[in-house]
Write a protein that binds this ligand. Sequence first.
Ligand code: ARG
Length: 482
Amino acid sequence: MAITVDPKGSGGAAPPAYVTTPAWRFLSSLPVDRKLARYDVAGSIAHVKMLAAVGILTAEEAGALSLGLRQIHGEILSGRFAWREDLEDVHTNIEVRLTENLGPLGAKLHTGRSRNDQVALDERLYLREAIVTVQQALLNLQLALLDQAEAHGETPMPGYTHLQHAQPVTLGHALLAHFWPLARDHRRLADCFERANVSPLGAGALAGSTLPTDPTLPALALGFAAPFENSIDAVSDRDYFAEFLFDLSLLSVHLSSIGEEIVLWASQEFAFIRPAAALGSGSSLMPQKRNPDVAELARGKTGRILGDLVSLLTTLKSLPLGYQRDLQEDKAPVFDAVDHVLATLDALSTGISALEFDEGRLLAAASDPRLFATDLAEYLVSRGVPFREAHEIVARFAASTDGRLDAKDHRAIDPRFGEDLADLFDVHKALRRRRTHGGPSPEAVRAQLAQAQETVGRERYSISKHAECVELVDRILREETQ
Ligand code: ARG
């Protein structure tokens, strides 16, 4: 990252005393927190407006400061801004530049606030946007799964427990089983948004201000539901990041399970899916290889996301309340997790849309007679045999036929078996029999798809409501607000 690191060679003003130290290189957070610049500028403009509203600044002063802040944002966007690592962080870089441009007026910006409430504000503004971005990418993956599930609502496949053939299911049902965990992730993120959507600005260093500042004004201007309730909590709290990283961790675990099933299905032993370019690349040595790299990496990325969560929780553990410099380490794991989860969601969405299932292989695998053992037992149950006894009868039969449950004369095993057993081994009929709520029958899958579509509608609505808050940052930066 191109950053001016030599304080003497930077050509700028001398750093303010509060960031001047021989340890400046070690203490700098700029390479990481530069990402927060747009939130920092928007937060400062909201702060300036509040200072004018309560009479601490004149309207002219506030107008000039807001204009100066927007100009700096323009410099940052265009890459002209001369970042200085000797100024510790994004906050001081922007404030020093403003003061260079505006003179003593720039020095009024920081009235009634501290970098402690400022950094927490920037983080919450960043997080709101990150949540909406992740939710949108997550929704795209859910839609990719829904499309495939819709196309395969009647395609039989074996259902597994312990990775062993268990009972027949439809492929649509198996794919929807990945949709619902993602829907829960979506809701968890929406909950996280609600708790993050509280403004810490006005908490100051830890104890508010002796000036008549009003934390409610910038809170509402920035789309927060409310300002903080306790100024010490406001500058100490990082629950929003911890909760978010947990949500991303669990989401990653879900993505790893999707990745793992695709890897299995792509193996020659299963061969349920055909090799697809969207899933990965070849081998540099073995000409025949087409590897499911995307699915493998979706599985592999999980390690670093869980690491990001543990990293943050470890930083937070045992900290006293109030701002501690340890908290500066909170941003890197969050930014890392967001980047990698977004990349994984995008790659998996493309990969899943491109999956081509080999229905012949799926049908052949779903015709394994062992898959119908439960059906045989339930057949006896419907003729009055207690389930435990039916279970034993079929288990003995399965053992004696080495799993070929359709091989012999069932009546010799138990006279309660009738002439109508052939139907039991027809996988399409077996699936239609499984029409219980939330089950794999084509009929139940259609009902499930309708529920999933409704869920998607609710997710779209939740994203649009949250996006309204997030968009206020852009509007403040573009001067579209009063
Ligand atoms: N660079 C700091 C961080 O990222 C900003 C807050 C600094 N506050 C302080 N008292 N040094 O957390």
